[in-house]
Design a protein around this ligand. Sequence first.
Ligand SMILES: Cc1ncc(COP(=O)(O)O)c(C=O)c1O
Length: 394
Amino acid sequence: MPISPEIFAERMRTMRPSTIREILKVTAQPEIISFAGGLPAPELFPVAEVSAAAASVLAKNGPESLQYGPSEGYALLREWIADEVRSRGVKNVKPTDVLVTNGSQQVLDLVGKIFLNPGDVVLTENPTYLAAIQAFQTLQAKFVPVPTDEFGLVPEAIPELIKLHQPKFLYTIPTFQNPTGITLIKERRAKLAQIAAQHNLLIIEDDPYGKLRYRGEEVPPIKHWDEANCVLYVSTFSKTIAPGLRLGWVVAPEAIFSQLLIVKQASDLHTSSFDQRVAYAYLTQNDQTAHLNKIRSAYGERFDVMDAALKAEMPAGYTWTKPEGGMFLWVTGPKELDGMALLKRAIEQKVAFVPGRDFFPSDAGANYLRLNYSNSTPARIREGVKRLAALCRG
Ligand SMILES: Cc1ncc(COP(=O)(O)O)c(C=O)c1O
């Protein structure tokens, strides 16, 4: 059948392909040193422990674990998640507030589906997570950036933006933000919750990296200050166990939960029964703190190596963020830098990163680069930065 462009829904016209997915295809080659993906360190995946958990699930509950399950999620895992979210400083979370999803990416899709009509406005940090841009762009949303600085977004700017644009919600990644690594300071979290309550602003708080702090002081989620229940709290097991399990979750008040559940059912019926049981068995059979400490110390060391290498090698005119956790740092180059052109030359030199442009809902951001440090060994980080800096020096 001949495929004409008109056969596709109108929304597909506003979507752009993700540069990062295209790059990842190239950077999967082992000879390329990749700072591009958002990949955790695979050597830290708890393979033996997950294997033991899977064996115990199949031995004890084989048929149930392979059967269809409830759309809300596996009851024991929901209980575990509610405990976990309370331990992060969020009071009054009940297991029935927790919807288990196919990664936290699915939450973004579901949230978009229940709230966004074409032309609706979403407030975001600028830059923001590129797959959130994609998820909301599919629904033909418009993006309005909230001013940000090195302490995260500026809450005082929000009332005026609400007045001007009547946004459906604010999407934010307050801790070790993707792509910048910036963390919203405590005072601004409290202020943001207060502004949300005053203006009835819904906040989608996306927190995949909060548990990956390798230095500095813990900061509770924005939801900690959320007396008015304006915040949907989203998180994932992707960075603490493994992304291949595709397990995430959202904590939502009943009125929103029930709508999310309807679109979740329409989308995939439920998240894998088997994966949820394996994750639960893994979490309850192993020492989580010890595992997280291993990840934190490896990522802290890798950040230090990358930071030191950048300091030693990069020419004047380049600066970068110094995150206290997470997986990324964000390089600002001179105004005239074209990140996309640099990437093409970098791939020839067998090093890769993500050009900043994809993280801006508008066409801004050509002179930024996002570098991932979790997925390369210290030796490869040193070598990769050397190659990249040589290109930047021209
Ligand atoms: C900010 C942010 N949100 C959501 C996700 C999606 O993660 P997952 O679907 O694996 O939970 C990512 C993944 O990198 C992310 O960086």
